[in-house]
Design a protein around this ligand. Sequence first.
Ligand code: DX5
Ligand code: ZN
Length: 220
Amino acid sequence: MDKLLVAPSTDPIVKGIEDMINYADEIKNVADFLHCDIMDGQFVEKTTFDYVALKLLKERTLLPLDVHLMVKEPSRVIQKYIDAGANVITIHYEAYKDKKKLENDLKKIRKSNALCGLSIKPKTSVYEILQFLSYVDIVLLMSVEPGKSGQKFFNETYSKLIELDKIREDYSSHFKIEVDGGVNPTISKKLKRLGADIVVSGSYVYNSQNREEAILSLKK
Ligand code: DX5
Ligand code: ZN
Protein backbone atom coordinates (compact mmCIF):
# COMPACT_ATOMS: atom_id res chain seq x y z
CA MET A 1 0.00 0.00 0.00
CA ASP A 2 1.59 3.31 -0.92
CA LYS A 3 -0.54 5.79 0.98
CA LEU A 4 -0.32 5.89 4.75
CA LEU A 5 -3.78 5.76 6.33
CA VAL A 6 -4.50 7.94 9.35
CA ALA A 7 -6.77 7.07 12.27
CA PRO A 8 -7.27 9.99 14.68
CA SER A 9 -8.12 8.69 18.15
CA THR A 10 -10.95 9.56 20.52
CA ASP A 11 -8.74 9.43 23.62
CA PRO A 12 -7.96 13.16 23.92
CA ILE A 13 -11.71 13.99 23.84
CA VAL A 14 -12.75 14.13 27.45
CA LYS A 15 -16.29 15.46 27.29
CA GLY A 16 -18.31 12.71 25.67
CA ILE A 17 -20.32 11.36 22.78
CA GLU A 18 -21.48 14.68 21.24
CA ASP A 19 -17.88 15.89 21.11
CA MET A 20 -16.80 12.63 19.47
CA ILE A 21 -19.55 13.02 16.86
CA ASN A 22 -18.45 16.61 16.18
CA TYR A 23 -14.81 15.51 15.94
CA ALA A 24 -15.72 12.76 13.47
CA ASP A 25 -17.64 15.32 11.42
CA GLU A 26 -14.73 17.76 11.42
CA ILE A 27 -12.20 15.22 10.14
CA LYS A 28 -14.38 13.01 7.95
CA ASN A 29 -13.06 14.25 4.60
CA VAL A 30 -9.42 13.43 5.29
CA ALA A 31 -9.31 10.76 8.04
CA ASP A 32 -9.45 7.09 7.07
CA PHE A 33 -10.80 5.73 10.37
CA LEU A 34 -11.90 7.03 13.74
CA HIS A 35 -9.72 5.15 16.24
CA CYS A 36 -11.92 4.46 19.27
CA ASP A 37 -9.88 3.89 22.43
CA ILE A 38 -11.90 1.73 24.80
CA MET A 39 -10.54 1.42 28.36
CA ASP A 40 -12.17 -0.41 31.25
CA GLY A 41 -10.20 0.85 34.27
CA GLN A 42 -8.68 -2.62 34.69
CA PHE A 43 -6.41 -3.42 31.75
CA VAL A 44 -5.39 0.23 32.01
CA GLU A 45 -6.16 2.81 34.68
CA LYS A 46 -8.56 5.00 32.79
CA THR A 47 -12.20 4.24 31.98
CA THR A 48 -13.74 5.52 28.75
CA PHE A 49 -16.93 4.89 26.80
CA ASP A 50 -18.12 1.43 25.77
CA TYR A 51 -20.23 -0.34 23.14
CA VAL A 52 -23.38 1.61 24.06
CA ALA A 53 -21.75 4.90 23.05
CA LEU A 54 -20.04 3.24 20.10
CA LYS A 55 -23.44 2.28 18.70
CA LEU A 56 -24.58 5.91 18.93
CA LEU A 57 -21.38 7.04 17.27
CA LYS A 58 -21.91 4.53 14.47
CA GLU A 59 -25.36 5.98 13.80
CA ARG A 60 -23.93 9.48 13.44
CA THR A 61 -20.77 9.06 11.36
CA LEU A 62 -19.82 7.33 8.13
CA LEU A 63 -16.15 7.12 9.19
CA PRO A 64 -15.11 3.49 9.73
CA LEU A 65 -14.68 2.78 13.45
CA ASP A 66 -11.35 1.25 14.45
CA VAL A 67 -12.00 -0.11 17.94
CA HIS A 68 -8.94 -0.59 20.17
CA LEU A 69 -10.03 -2.69 23.15
CA MET A 70 -7.86 -2.00 26.18
CA VAL A 71 -9.96 -4.18 28.45
CA LYS A 72 -9.15 -7.00 30.87
CA GLU A 73 -11.55 -9.58 29.46
CA PRO A 74 -12.12 -8.96 25.76
CA SER A 75 -13.97 -12.29 25.35
CA ARG A 76 -16.88 -10.92 27.37
CA VAL A 77 -17.46 -7.90 25.14
CA ILE A 78 -16.30 -8.71 21.60
CA GLN A 79 -19.81 -9.63 20.43
CA LYS A 80 -21.16 -6.34 21.82
CA TYR A 81 -18.69 -4.38 19.70
CA ILE A 82 -19.46 -6.47 16.64
CA ASP A 83 -23.17 -5.75 17.16
CA ALA A 84 -22.48 -2.05 17.75
CA GLY A 85 -21.01 -1.82 14.25
CA ALA A 86 -17.23 -1.71 14.77
CA ASN A 87 -15.35 -1.93 11.47
CA VAL A 88 -12.10 -3.09 13.07
CA ILE A 89 -11.84 -4.81 16.45
CA THR A 90 -8.36 -4.98 17.93
CA ILE A 91 -7.66 -7.03 21.05
CA HIS A 92 -4.51 -7.14 23.17
CA TYR A 93 -2.25 -10.20 23.21
CA GLU A 94 -1.39 -9.42 26.85
CA ALA A 95 -5.05 -9.60 27.92
CA TYR A 96 -5.03 -13.41 27.44
CA LYS A 97 -3.51 -15.96 29.79
CA ASP A 98 -5.15 -18.72 27.78
CA LYS A 99 -3.75 -18.41 24.27
CA LYS A 100 -6.29 -20.89 22.87
CA LYS A 101 -8.96 -18.43 23.95
CA LEU A 102 -7.11 -15.69 22.09
CA GLU A 103 -7.09 -17.81 18.94
CA ASN A 104 -10.83 -18.44 19.29
CA ASP A 105 -11.57 -14.76 19.77
CA LEU A 106 -9.50 -13.80 16.73
CA LYS A 107 -11.44 -16.37 14.70
CA LYS A 108 -14.72 -15.03 16.04
CA ILE A 109 -13.88 -11.48 14.96
CA ARG A 110 -12.70 -12.77 11.59
CA LYS A 111 -16.05 -14.45 11.02
CA SER A 112 -17.94 -11.23 11.74
CA ASN A 113 -18.18 -8.21 9.47
CA ALA A 114 -15.33 -6.52 11.32
CA LEU A 115 -11.65 -6.73 10.47
CA CYS A 116 -9.57 -8.44 13.10
CA GLY A 117 -6.68 -6.70 14.86
CA LEU A 118 -4.12 -7.94 17.37
CA SER A 119 -2.13 -5.48 19.45
CA ILE A 120 1.10 -5.79 21.41
CA LYS A 121 2.47 -3.45 24.05
CA PRO A 122 5.90 -1.85 23.61
CA LYS A 123 7.70 -4.51 25.66
CA THR A 124 6.14 -7.52 23.89
CA SER A 125 8.21 -8.98 21.06
CA VAL A 126 6.67 -9.42 17.63
CA TYR A 127 7.93 -13.03 17.67
CA GLU A 128 5.49 -13.83 20.49
CA ILE A 129 2.53 -13.40 18.16
CA LEU A 130 3.92 -15.36 15.20
CA GLN A 131 1.44 -18.22 15.60
CA PHE A 132 -1.54 -15.85 15.47
CA LEU A 133 -0.60 -13.84 12.41
CA SER A 134 -2.58 -15.99 10.00
CA TYR A 135 -5.80 -15.02 11.81
CA VAL A 136 -5.38 -11.26 11.73
CA ASP A 137 -6.01 -8.44 9.27
CA ILE A 138 -4.09 -5.84 11.27
CA VAL A 139 -1.25 -5.90 13.80
CA LEU A 140 -1.33 -2.86 16.08
CA LEU A 141 2.11 -2.00 17.44
CA MET A 142 1.80 0.14 20.55
CA SER A 143 4.51 2.79 20.51
CA VAL A 144 3.57 4.03 24.01
CA GLU A 145 2.23 2.18 27.04
CA PRO A 146 -1.53 1.85 26.50
CA GLY A 147 -3.61 4.01 28.79
CA LYS A 148 -3.42 7.62 27.74
CA SER A 149 -2.65 9.95 24.87
CA GLY A 150 0.09 12.58 24.90
CA GLN A 151 3.03 10.28 25.74
CA LYS A 152 6.39 10.19 24.00
CA PHE A 153 6.93 7.74 21.11
CA PHE A 154 9.21 4.79 22.00
CA ASN A 155 12.05 4.65 19.47
CA GLU A 156 12.29 0.86 19.98
CA THR A 157 9.13 0.68 17.83
CA TYR A 158 11.18 1.21 14.67
CA SER A 159 13.10 -2.06 15.05
CA LYS A 160 9.90 -3.94 15.91
CA LEU A 161 8.30 -2.56 12.77
CA ILE A 162 11.28 -3.67 10.66
CA GLU A 163 11.04 -7.17 12.19
CA LEU A 164 7.30 -7.40 11.60
CA ASP A 165 7.56 -6.16 8.03
CA LYS A 166 10.24 -8.79 7.39
CA ILE A 167 8.03 -11.52 8.88
CA ARG A 168 5.20 -10.36 6.63
CA GLU A 169 7.43 -10.63 3.60
CA ASP A 170 8.96 -13.98 4.59
CA TYR A 171 5.53 -15.55 5.11
CA SER A 172 3.92 -13.74 2.15
CA SER A 173 1.30 -12.46 4.58
CA HIS A 174 -1.19 -9.71 3.89
CA PHE A 175 -1.88 -8.23 7.31
CA LYS A 176 -1.57 -4.46 7.66
CA ILE A 177 0.65 -2.80 10.25
CA GLU A 178 -0.77 0.00 12.42
CA VAL A 179 1.27 2.05 14.90
CA ASP A 180 -0.33 3.78 17.88
CA GLY A 181 1.11 6.37 20.26
CA GLY A 182 3.15 9.56 20.16
CA VAL A 183 3.07 9.89 16.37
CA ASN A 184 3.84 13.22 14.65
CA PRO A 185 4.63 13.96 10.96
CA THR A 186 8.39 13.33 11.29
CA ILE A 187 7.74 9.98 12.93
CA SER A 188 4.96 8.98 10.52
CA LYS A 189 7.24 9.58 7.55
CA LYS A 190 9.78 7.18 8.97
CA LEU A 191 7.09 4.64 9.92
CA LYS A 192 5.75 4.68 6.38
CA ARG A 193 9.22 4.09 4.96
CA LEU A 194 9.70 1.11 7.29
CA GLY A 195 6.44 -0.59 6.30
CA ALA A 196 3.59 0.86 8.37
CA ASP A 197 0.19 1.11 6.66
CA ILE A 198 -1.85 2.97 9.27
CA VAL A 199 -0.91 5.44 11.99
CA VAL A 200 -3.06 6.46 14.95
CA SER A 201 -2.87 10.00 16.19
CA GLY A 202 -4.38 11.34 19.39
CA SER A 203 -2.92 14.57 20.68
CA TYR A 204 -1.03 15.68 17.55
CA VAL A 205 -4.21 15.95 15.49
CA TYR A 206 -6.58 16.93 18.28
CA ASN A 207 -4.42 19.79 19.56
CA SER A 208 -3.73 21.23 16.10
CA GLN A 209 -5.33 24.52 15.04
CA ASN A 210 -6.20 23.00 11.70
CA ARG A 211 -6.97 19.34 12.22
CA GLU A 212 -7.55 18.50 8.55
CA GLU A 213 -4.12 19.87 7.69
CA ALA A 214 -2.60 17.97 10.61
CA ILE A 215 -4.03 14.70 9.27
CA LEU A 216 -2.76 15.46 5.77
CA SER A 217 0.69 16.23 7.16
CA LEU A 218 0.80 12.74 8.71
CA LYS A 219 0.17 11.18 5.30
CA LYS A 220 3.08 12.93 3.56
C1 DX5 B 1 -3.12 5.06 24.12
C2 DX5 B 1 -4.12 4.99 23.00
C3 DX5 B 1 -3.76 5.80 21.81
C4 DX5 B 1 -3.70 7.29 22.08
C5 DX5 B 1 -2.80 7.95 21.10
O1 DX5 B 1 -3.61 4.30 25.15
O2 DX5 B 1 -4.25 3.65 22.58
O3 DX5 B 1 -4.65 5.53 20.74
O4 DX5 B 1 -4.98 7.89 22.01
O5 DX5 B 1 -2.61 9.28 21.45
P1 DX5 B 1 -1.24 10.04 21.14
O6 DX5 B 1 -1.13 10.12 19.64
O7 DX5 B 1 -1.42 11.37 21.79
O8 DX5 B 1 -0.13 9.24 21.75
ZN1 ZN C 1 -5.33 3.28 20.65
